[in-house]
Design a protein around this ligand. Structure first.
Ligand code: SAM
Length: 259
């Protein structure tokens, strides 16, 4: 077995029950267009490949690819794209109108930038199942008025329904990471509960608010939002970033565009 490479965030799944539980949550159907990010040694890849007609994967570590391809021959049709998923255009794999089902036991060091990379490509994504550091999943799912509620919570919840599925202990991986992991399901809203007129402005407002999360929103958004806007929205300017709901951020962004 190849040595796990720390710089590629390699912690290989080795617990058969955890692997079976993840596949059960995914519930793949033969014609699903699944894309696995970071197949590694294939712990999830091969059980999944048995259930789908074709499986697409994106792997950065080129040394793992011959092993994956060799082992897949007796299992099914596996495609491996070598490269960095952070620059990967998932539209190249989509066959509209069918959307992609994306999954992965993600390297922790790229998880937040990867989520933002995928949020920009949701038009071709049906759902996503990721194993992430528990703390990152908790941040995604956090409600307002909690310590873990932040920019990631607002941006992910604006676009997707977030389901925190189950905890995975360090011993399920080799080498064992220092932290617990969690499986999360992100399902892009078919109809968004609240819609912004300009996503760039929305992202900027959320970024500015949480950049200085201890300040009042009047202070952190002073270059963008006037007191008149707060008043029009019946939103107290004395609140802090963590007190605002996703809807409040949507309303602020839309009001700022209109002003
Ligand atoms: N899926 C395997 C498993 O569960 O055992 C491996 C998971 S390991 C945590 C993360 C995998 O992502 C490794 O195979 C690693 O080489 C790959 N990887 C790391 N950075 C990547 C990147 N930027 N793009 C694509 N794959 C990456």
């Amino acid at each position: 077995m190849p040595q796990a490479r720390k710089r590629f965030g390699q912690n290989f799944l080795q617990d058969g029950q955890v692997i079976a539980d993840i596949i059960a949550c995914l519930a793949p159907k033969p014609n699903d267009r699944c894309v696995e990010i970071g197949p590694g040694l294939g712990a999830l890849t091969f059980p999944l490949l048995k259930k789908v007609n074709v499986l697409e994967t994106v792997e950065l570590d080129r040394d793992l690819i011959p092993l994956l391809l060799e082992k897949s021959k007796s299992v099914g049709q596996l495609h491996v794209y070598q490269g960095d998923v952070l620059t990967f255009d998932f539209h190249t794999l989509a066959h509209p109108p069918q959307k992609l089902r994306i999954l992965g036991n993600l390297p922790y060091n790229i998880s937040t930038p990867l989520i933002f990379h995928l949020l920009a490509q949701l038009d071709i994504i049906e759902d996503m199942h990721f194993m992430l550091q528990q703390e990152v999943v908790d941040r995604m799912a956090a409600p307002p008025n909690s310590k873990t509620y932040g920019r990631l919570s607002v941006m992910v919840q604006y676009h997707c329904q977030v389901e925190s599925l189950f905890v995975i202990p360090p011993g399920a991986f080799l080498p064992a990471p220092k932290v617990y992991s969690k499986l999360v399901r992100l399902t892009p809203h078919v109809t968004k509960p609240d819609v912004v007129n300009n996503e760039t402005v929305f992202a900027e407002i959320v970024r500015l608010a949480f950049n200085q999360r201890r300040k009042t929103i009047r202070n952190s958004l002073k270059d963008k939002i006037s007191d008149a806007i707060f008043e029009k929205l019946s939103l107290s300017p004395l609140l802090r970033a963590e007190n605002l709901t996703v809807r409040d951020y949507v309303n602020l962004a839309n009001a700022w565009i209109e002003s």
